[in-house]
Write a protein that binds this ligand. Structure first.
Ligand code: SF4
Length: 459
């Protein structure tokens, strides 16, 4: 997720692995909580990888065995069905609708990618040479939103690496927002007096090639997230009454299981001075099956807000609409965050369609970010003027709710700096001169003498 927030302190500490009874047999330190585990026995009932009723693909039978019965109710779009039939012909509807199945069957290499689309030579070569860089990870569901025959498909560009990622350009840094320098305890970025960014995992369902935290997501190594670390962060928060707002991010927090999220939200909610908790995630967009009724019921207890990372109108499928509807019906306010990226969403028409589509599914467009200068991101970045042009094309031309704020995250930790087209074009005497969205100029009476009176407290 693309969120920042910060302050300055110690860097990451040594990893510690601790397991707590409250999580059953889970240990918290597990950047890929599902990738290495064997499938749930329920999914192996027929001995052929199909769930109960698995031979009747296309329908979900009443005895279907899912870890979460609510998952069976999620709609399955035509695109998803096409990819399932093509690349996972043995998977049942029930398996496809199971978010853990989706995680276990993510596309991680060129061979799997080739089952879904035709990789170009450049894509093949790049994937083979990625080494310890940001890995490839695409849920089968999210892959179904890609046109397999179009190398310029917008979602494909965000997920499938190209060689330009290996080129370092001026101003690029592994930690462009200076987050590591602003951690009073590992994983907790505290830059502003009243709010913190709480990083809880390095695992994501998908890996976005422009990710601000590409230095840590999808990797083990110096960044570890575990119960001991969570406890240290919670201790810090309990002792820091100036903090009233916690943004939970990562990696993607919704890749953690319900019990862990429930526990974490409960701990945060038990701290009296914390009155606002947000979750930054891309899950409803890339793994909508994870938004189960049970998960929503759990969230409803804790009343968090949620910022969802969306990039393109092609992401707005019936599955995503259903996931967002479930969250809204559970009382979770939803906002969107979008990274302005070349060839993906860097034109006004695409952005307008995205913002309108988000409103339709009750997600309030919140931020458009200028792409952060991580290593190898040159091909994603567009001139700042392009972002201003897009805002200019939205503001006044469409519903105000559909106009997000365009921001640059100040490199090194400057925080979000809003950028707006200039609508104040000058002053003539006691009038301020304004232009509207259509370029018409208006005078607004704004006597300088009155303003000086306000400033000096004489009114
Ligand atoms: S989903 Fe993961 S990879 Fe994508 S932007 Fe968010 S943290 Fe980064």
């Amino acid at each position: 997720m693309k969120q920042s927030n910060n302050p300055a302190h110690a860097g990451p500490t040594k990893p510690v692995t601790v397991s707590l009874p409250m999580y059953g047999d889970d240990t918290c330190e597990d950047p890929d909580p599902l990738g290495t585990r064997p499938p749930h026995p329920a999914h192996l009932k027929n001995g052929n990888g199909k769930g109960a009723g698995g031979t009747s693909r296309g329908t979900i039978e009443s005895n279907d065995t899912l870890s979460d019965p609510g998952e069976a109710a999620m709609v399955m779009s035509d695109g998803a069905r096409r990819v399932r039939d093509l690349a996972f012909p043995d998977a049942t509807d029930a398996e496809w609708s199971d978010w853990k199945w989706q995680l276990r069957n993510r596309i991680r290499d060129e061979a799997m990618l080739a089952r879904i689309l035709r990789p170009t030579m450049i894509e093949r070569r790049t994937i083979a040479e990625l080494g310890d860089r940001l890995p490839v990870g695409i849920t089968p569901y999210y892959a179904s939103t890609i046109n397999p025959n179009d190398p310029a498909d917008p979602v494909r560009k965000t997920m499938v690496p190209v060689e330009t990622e290996f080129e370092m350009s001026a101003g690029e840094q592994a930690d462009p927002l200076g987050e590591d320098a602003d951690m009073p305890v590992p994983g907790l970025v505290h830059r502003y007096p009243d709010r913190v960014l709480f990083l809880v995992t390095s695992f994501c369902a998908v890996y976005c090639r422009y990710c601000t935290r590409s230095r840590l997501v999808g990797k083990t190594g110096e960044y570890h997230f575990n119960t001991a670390q969570f406890e240290r962060a919670l201790d810090y928060l309990r002792k820091t009454p100036s903090v009233r707002d916690v943004l939970i991010s990562g990696g993607d927090p919704l890749t953690m299981h319900d019990g862990r999220i429930d526990w974490l939200l409960g701990e945060l909610r038990s701290i009296p001075h914390i009155d606002f908790v947000r979750i930054g995630t891309k899950i409803p967009c890339v793994l909508p099956q994870r938004i189960t009724p049970e998960f929503c019921a759990m969230l409803k207890k804790h009343k968090p807000w949620m910022s969802i990372h969306f990039m393109h109108p092609n992401e707005l499928t019936p599955e995503v609409a259903e996931a967002c509807g479930r969250l809204m019906d559970a009382g979770v306010p939803l906002g969107s965050q979008t990274v302005l990226t070349q060839g993906v969403n860097d034109d006004a028409d695409t952005m307008k369609r995205l913002m309108h589509g988000l409103l339709k599914i009750r997600v309030r467009p919140y931020y458009i970010y200028q792409c952060d200068p991580i290593p190898g991101s040159r091909h994603f970045r567009v001139p700042v003027e392009k972002g201003l042009e897009i805002i200019e094309a939205l503001r006044g031309h469409t519903t105000g709710y559909a106009v997000p704020t365009f921001v640059i995250d100040g490199p090194g930790g400057g925080g979000k700096i809003p950028l707006m087209p200039n609508y104040v074009i000058g002053r003539e005497g006691d009038d301020i001169l304004l232009r509207n969205y259509a370029g018409e100029v208006f005078r607004y009476p704004d006597p300088v003498s009155d303003l000086s009176g306000v400033a000096s407290g004489r009114r």
